[in-house]
Design a protein around this ligand. Structure first.
Ligand code: FES
Length: 155
């Protein structure tokens, strides 16, 4: 982590309204998590307690204190997806990438996470990769989708 970069991010968000969230969002995007050192700098610069920053960081699902993978695979376990086989789909993903939901691969390429309703229930079961939504995918099609992302063609 580069402290000068964090200070630049802070300087880019002078507006008082929503300042903390905007700064944390940009740090999360840049480092794929919120490093403690970055939170300490934000705390010092903004005069916001570290406890409050950790409160924000742990309340919102978009923030993570642990580094996330380069690609975020979000598997929906909402009601519609659950009924349409989200569990089998999640298990296939876990087998293919070799980690459990909530974990990141050792090479830092992929993070698997379980989420509640991605907002397109009619396509159930649904998952998304870096925000790109996939609906109605059968577990047997998971290797093909993963292959696209490993090859850099999934975006
Ligand atoms: S329940 Fe999965 S998208 Fe809504």
């Amino acid at each position: 982590m580069n402290t000068a970069e964090v200070r630049e991010i802070i300087a880019r968000h002078p507006e008082p309204e929503g300042r903390v969230a905007a700064i944390l969002e940009e740090i999360q995007k840049k480092y794929r998590h919120l490093p403690e050192e970055a939170l300490r700098i934000v705390s010092g610069e903004l005069g916001v307690s570290l406890t409050r920053l950790y409160g924000v960081a742990t309340f919102y699902a978009a923030f993570s204190l642990e580094p996330k993978g380069e690609h975020l695979i979000s598997i929906c376990h909402g009601t519609a997806c659950h009924v349409k086989g989200a569990k089998n789909l999640a298990e296939r993903w876990e087998r293919e990438v070799g980690i459990k939901e909530g974990q990141t691969t050792a090479d830092g390429m992929f993070t698997l996470e379980a989420v509640r309703c991605l907002g397109c229930c009619s396509l159930a079961p649904v998952f998304s990769i870096d925000g790109k939504t996939y609906g109605g995918v059968k577990p047997d099609q998971v290797p093909e989708v993963l292959g696209e992302w490993k090859g850099g063609g999934g975006r």
